[in-house]
Design a protein around this ligand. Structure first.
Ligand code: SF4
Length: 695
């Protein structure tokens, strides 16, 4: 590698998108933290500090791979041969089964430009409705709840640094100490000025241990708890009647609905003691400023949208959204989890976070794309529903996967692997041979984060520029080039550009007038202003770091309450499966582990999956620390090493989901879907635990 001066860019991993610099010195890539980037201010977690290793990994794919038959191994091929095979398979499926037999499954790590181009490729080049992405498994319930209550889906409606100014912060199903470590500076700054923090989590995580109050409910009972807290807030006189009257609709129905959630009953439903609920409500009710922040622990449920709405109701009743250092927000996980859900790779959306069944939205986007509105397909199936039908009559027969590792990250993993095997043709774009790529007919090696330029939108709604800092290895191409080359082979090349600057300009026009409006966000502004917050409808607009100060983006300007009732998880423990499994992330791994399991320091620090077991359960099963155990659910099993800890409830076990093979947490998880968001229930299913002989 040639020597270079430092280039300011961003971490390849999570939604904090920490600012880093990369420089090449003596053939080595040197990584440093940007001291002045607003979210991390010089801090990085271990994943960020070691990210440069991805750029020189010996496991990097640099040649397309093809398989001549399902019985033969992948072999190297030219780009021409590989792309011809993919385009040919797409043509054959379309001819034999119709356009919806070809689809794409993509990811929340894609840049805005790529997320936009995937949605356009499927609808314009393939004429298909079959597109969805792994954010359906991540942010979809929060997105649905935010849209229902506020008329807009932006994770945090304020800059992250506002956390430091809040007198009370309640975190629900969120563990930023492990998932976003540099963000903890804002929590710590608040604590230093006397702020108090409440954590709701079935595990005593690092975040919960540092909080002033930890409520430890049974997994899946958060909505009962939210309604119980609102019941208490009404009883104790903490609700803001002026705010409710002037800025909201629908509170009376909610007030009546939560009458049934009296404290003793909620204690029985959740396992949280009445005095802890009262303490939490008093902290929130007596604060000058307060935030309620939900995350996947509350949202990845078959009733995740209602659960997020339950906490939104509480925030609205306390008069928080729009007040300084206050409000409801959701903490995004994937690198472009926010932008990735705004530009059309969702089955039911067009760019600008527009509904695909809205005639005005279709007409606007079709005009930008240069096609007729009636050429655009309607809504497709959500992620799990699409994957569950792969290879079946009426389902997708040829699938292109980008930025996703379905064989590790989808729920009901064994079924998903079975469905991938039932496809006529599977093509995967990846930089490593992931568990999904291993199963492909064609693997296309693509550029990664620091080898290309693109914009992302972080957890605050701040659009930022990830700059190119190093040259990619010979033999790889960008996802945008792959989509353009495929479109050309399908006779639709004139509609596509592989230049990220061109694509971003088109995205801005396509998003204009939508709720996620990027029209005024030029790449020059993004680069010179430390990012720009959407909505930003024109070049003169300053961007929108804080939302809702005067009105909500609903037709009447008011936020909407929703009466929501607690429901149990789709699967409850019973005699055969007596424990509740909940899944999540650990500090030194990221998502399906495709990248982080290949970084030496991270693999050494967190080499394998494990199951957290309470000492009571361990004693009953004859399990000691480090023993190998089998977890079984109605869908599959996983073999894991036990970590015996009293940080988890005795009725609950926890497994991180970063590993595949015999240790895959998602072999166990339940694909029961939320009725609004189509989110699967990753966070609660019934399992049985038994000790195995040593491995
Ligand atoms: Fe990267 Fe997220 Fe760690 Fe920051 S917190 S260094 S963005 S993984």
């Amino acid at each position: 590698m040639r020597g270079t001066s430092p280039t300011a860019t961003h971490c390849p991993y999570c939604a904090l998108q920490c600012g880093i610099t990369l420089a090449v010195q003596d053939g080595r890539v040197e990584l440093a933290a940007q001291q002045d980037w607003p979210t991390n201010r010089g801090g990085l977690c271990q994943k960020g500090w070691t990210a440069a290793e991805l750029l020189t990994s010996p496991e990097r794919l640099t040649t397309p791979l093809v398989r001549d038959s399902r019985d033969e191994p992948l072999r190297p091929a030219t780009w021409d041969e590989a792309l011809e095979r993919v385009a040919g398979a797409m043509e054959r499926s379309r001819a034999a089964y119709g356009p919806d037999s070809v689809g794409c499954f993509s990811g929340g790590g894609l840049t805005n430009e790529k997320a936009y181009q995937v949605g356009k490729f499927v609808r314009v080049a393939l004429g298909s409705s079959a597109v969805d992405y792994n954010g359906r498994f991540c942010m979809s319930s929060a997105a649905a709840a935010g849209t229902k209550a506020f008329g807009i889906d932006r994770g945090l409606p304020f800059p992250l640094s506002d956390v430091a100014g809040a007198d009370v912060v309640m975190l629900v199903g969120s563990n930023p100490a492990d998932t976003l470590p540099p963000a903890m500076r804002w929590f710590e700054a608040g604590r230093e000025r006397g702020a108090r923090h409440i954590v709701i989590d079935p595990r005593a995580t690092a975040t919960a241990r540092a909080a002033h109050l930890h409520l430890q409910p049974v997994p899946g009972s958060d909505l009962a708890l939210a309604n119980g807290l609102l019941h208490l807030a009404i009883r104790e006189g903490y609700i803001d009647e002026d705010y409710i009257g002037e800025r909201t609709n629908g509170f009376d129905v909610v007030r009546r609905a939560v009458r049934a959630y009296w404290p003793d009953r909620v204690e029985r439903m959740t396992g949280v003691a009445v005095q802890d609920m009262v303490a939490a409500v008093r902290m929130l009710g007596e604060a000058h400023s307060a935030m309620i922040l939900t995350a996947r622990g509350a949202e990845q449920h078959a009733h995740g949208t209602d659960t997020a709405l339950g906490f939104l109701n509480l925030a609205l009743a306390l008069g928080l959204p729009g007040r300084a250092f206050s409000g409801w927000g959701t903490i995004t996980g994937q690198g472009n989890g926010q932008g990735g859900r705004e530009h059309g790779q969702k089955a039911d959306q067009l760019p600008g976070a527009r509904r695909i069944d809205d005639p005005a939205a279709r007409a606007h986007v079709a005009a930008v794309w240069g096609v007729e509105a009636d050429e655009l397909p309607g809504p497709g199936l959500s992620a799990y529903e699409m994957l569950d039908r792969l290879g079946t009559p009426g389902g997708v027969r040829t699938l292109l996967v980008l930025a996703s590792n379905i064989a590790v990250s989808a729920p009901n993993r064994d079924r998903m692997v079975d469905r991938l095997g039932a496809l006529d043709f599977l093509a995967v774009c990846d930089m490593f041979l992931s568990e999904t790529a291993e199963r492909a007919d064609v693997v296309l090696p693509i550029t990664q984060w620091a080898e290309e330029e693109g914009t992302l939108t972080n957890l605050e709604g701040r659009v930022l520029l990830r700059r190119k800092a190093v040259e990619p290895p010979p033999g790889v191409r960008s996802d945008l080039e792959v989509l353009t080359e495929l479109a050309e082979r399908l006779g639709r090349g004139k509609y596509f550009s592989s230049d990220p600057a061109d694509v971003f300009d088109e995205l801005r026009r396509a998003s204009a007038g939508g709720t996620a409006d990027y029209a005024g966000i030029s790449r020059q502004r993004v680069a010179s202003e430390q990012g720009v917050f959407w909505p930003c409808p024109d070049d003169a607009h300053p961007g929108s770091p804080r939302l809702f100060a005067e009105r909500f983006p609903t037709p009447d300007g008011r936020a909407r309450f929703h009466a929501v009732h607690a429901q149990e998880p789709a699967e409850r423990p019973d005699a055969e499966f007596p424990l509740v499994l909940t899944t999540g992330r650990v500090l030194r791994q990221y998502q399906s582990g495709t990248q982080t399991r290949r970084v030496a320091a991270l693999a050494a620090a967190e080499p394998e999956a494990f199951v957290e077991v309470h000492p009571y359960v361990a004693a009953e099963a004859g399990v000691d620390e480090g023993d190998v155990v089998r977890l079984r659910s109605r869908r599959g099993e996983a073999v894991l090493r036990a970590r015996v800890t009293d940080s988890i409830r005795p009725d609950t076990v926890f497994v991180p989901f970063h590993w595949g093979g015999r240790a895959a947490a998602n072999a166990l998880t339940n694909p029961a879907l939320d009725p609004y968001s189509r989110m699967p229930e990753f966070k609660a299913c019934a399992v049985a635990l038994t000790r195995l002989d040593p491995l």
